[in-house]
Design a protein. Sequence first.
Length: 312
Amino acid sequence: MNSVADKLSNASSDSKSRPIVSNWTKGQHRQDSIMRWVFVLSAALVSAIIFSIIVFVGMQGIKTFQGVSPLEFFFSTDWTPGSNKFGAFPFLYSTLLMTLVSVVFSVPLALSGALFMAKIAPKWMREIMRPATDLFVGIPSVVYGLIGMTVIVPALGKITGDVAYGILPASIILAIMILPTILSISEDAIRALPSRLEEASLALGATRWQTMWRVLLPAARPGILTAIILGMGRAIGETMAVFMVIGNSPQMPKSLLDSTTVLTTAIVKDMGNTNYGSTWNNALYMMALLLLVISLSLIIIIRIVAKRSEVK
């Protein structure tokens, strides 16, 4: 009799608890559904904003070719808006050259620092160096530009005996600016590697240096390439620091110490002097579109290379 009563009481308690569990499950599903739609709408909004920017800049930039031929715009070196001459080749050439030189300066230092912090430095030193490295990312670009004007440009001027504005001081400043980004992401990529790679290499008789150079760096290639492309993206889009040390002369540079102008500084320098809808204004929008296309192309190329590296 007692067992029957216990079963009846348990059944009644289960029937009372079921609606509570059911209601809680329905509420949870409702919250999940709401958050899912919030995420979907947020992603759609961000995509729409980016797409709108590209379309607006592109449509405005294409109007340049109503008054200037594409051949002249992309391959002419004559930028004289007063004479209706809009040759943007020097700006494009200087942008690519400056980015390349800054990457050449920063990548060896960044990879060396990443290997040191990931595999050589003791834990207490890493805990000090990593926050110090990340701190450089938050320094305003105008501070870098001021240091370039007061320290780097005069130092190069003493070495060359001439005014030292140009691509070289701008590249040095950019190399310092993108160094923390490349270093931090590369270190994370190296530290994320499975320990068995290093252990197997050392077990086969490789030295520590051979292991880092021939095993760890190739294995971390996708992450390192991502770090480099992010650094290049910042170098291409940087304006204020470059504006302060490059000289801002709209001419084709003959050396790394010739005053010149890149795409970003040309847009900043001339945008306030133009009327919206004029050929000059449209040409500046076209240069902005070139910056977008260069950045998107680099990202696509790096993603393709990274995927191939992962497959291998």
